[in-house]
Structure formats: structure tokens, C-alpha cells
Write a protein that binds this ligand. Sequence first.
Ligand code: PMP
Length: 287
Amino acid sequence: MESVIMNGELRNRDQCLISFEDRGYQFGDGVYEVIRVYGGRPFLMEEHLHRFKRSADELKIRLAWDEQELALMFNELVAVNEVMDGKIYVQLTRGAAKRDHLFPGQAEPVLIAYTDPASRPLDKMNKGIRVMTVDDIRWLRVDIKSLNLLPNVLVRQQAHDAGADDAIFVRNGIVTEGSSSNVFGVKDGICYTHPAGNLILNGITRQKLLQLAEAHGIACVEQAFTRDQLLEMDEVFISGTISEVTPVIAVDGQPIGNGKPGAITAKFQEALAEAVRSACPSADIRM
Ligand code: PMP
């Protein structure tokens, strides 16, 4: 039986019972993170835990463990579950209380963490994906990684039903991000992505790619672009903990560039793979 962590303690997966009055369940009143594990080692865990703490602080949910304690806990979880290639899902809710919109006085926040297998989306990473643009109907604090993913769920399904692989949000004509990823475009050798702020989740992968761009001499700017400009890009790709760097070869049925994954996208894929290899030496990272 796999183990999970509930409020700091390891227990069997079937003994992790959550109240139906948990505010995560009734209000989506909580935050989460997904951390990738390669070759038995969590990748960029510090960065994820830092964002987790920030999300909790923004919602004023008390996190009873500091980032170091959480890292120890999650390393132990990965070890006991013998995760080689997988992910850690971590969630913190404001806890269980009589249903009332006001913050409860008494509730104890509930932290859970579990692991699941994950594999690299190599087929999509090699061939690219087709996306559709959708209206960004989300609230104005999507920088907080909250449990409220209903718009993301709906547009992902909408894209799937329309035969596309994913959806990209557009707010007032401006491309913000993907349904579970950040979006980059390359035009004339320069890479563009929406600036961090309240209108996107500042992806950990996005931040890593910005660092890698600098290290590899790829010009990259945090500058927003419109849907029309997106269609005119030479290359487009999405980034995320699970999607890594996945090329986008068509938007709303129109090919991007020559309709094939581009060279700068490939450079980012290789640079990220190299970062994974050096942080997680047992990782089996091939393109
Ligand atoms: N934006 C959204 C809306 C997401 O859900 C994700 C995935 N967590 C991302 C961006 C990418 O973030 P990260 O690189 O930290 O996975």
C-alpha cells in the first residue's frame, strides 16, 4: 500500500480521510503544488515549496511547516513509495468547519501529499500539439495556485471536444497562458512570454527557462503579445512541470511557422533536459 502524508504524518493511502465539510471541498478554499520527480529525486522542489508558501500566505491559510520541513517530508514520501519517475501532489486547505463563507475560527488547516507515476510526454514533445484559443474567464489572482480550477477544466474539455490538444487563454486580445502551462512565442530569434503578475501563474518551469535562456544566450523578454501576434510567431511552445517544453504547431487550425517544432524550442527542451540531468543524476532523460 502506498503512503501519503496527512498533516505531517505518513499513513496508508486508504487511511487519508477528509471531511465532507473540508473547505477545500465546499469552497475550493485551498492551494496546491505539483512537483516532478525524476530518477527518484524531486526537481526544483525548493522553488515549488516557495510558491506553495506564497500561495498559502496570499489566502491567509496557516502552513504549520516551513519549507525545509516540507522538503524533508516529501523526500521521505518519495523514498517510502519508491518513486522513480513521478510527481508529488501537495494540497493545503483551510480545514473542516461548519459551512460559512467567513474564515472559521477553529478549523485546522489540512495538508495532504501523495505521489503518482508520471512520464515525459515524449510524443507531444517531439511532434508538437495543436491548441485553440479561448476567452480567459478566470479571476484576477491566477498568480495564486488555488484549487479553483473550474475555468481551466472547462476550457481543457472544450479544446478536447473540438479536437485540439489544449487551450490557450486570451484576455482582452492578449495571450496570458495555457490551461495548465505558460506560453512562449519566438519571433525573429527573440522569445516572448507574458510578464509575471496577477494575470498568469508564474510557472516554475517558466522561471527556469528564463534563467536557461540567459545562460544559453537566447534572447528572451517578458513581454505580452496578442492573439494575432501569436499566429504570426515563428515558433510557439508551452512550458510546465508535466509538459516540460512542448511545441505548439497549430493555433486555431492555423499552422505556426512551417507547422513543425522549431529550433529554439528544441534548444529550450535540451537545456531543460540538461538541468534535469544535473539535478537528478539517475533521471533517464532522452529526447
Ligand atoms: N499556468 C497554469 C495555469 C498552470 O496550471 C501551470 C501548471 N502548474 C503552469 C502555468 C505552469 O507552471 P509550472 O511550470 O510551475 O508547472
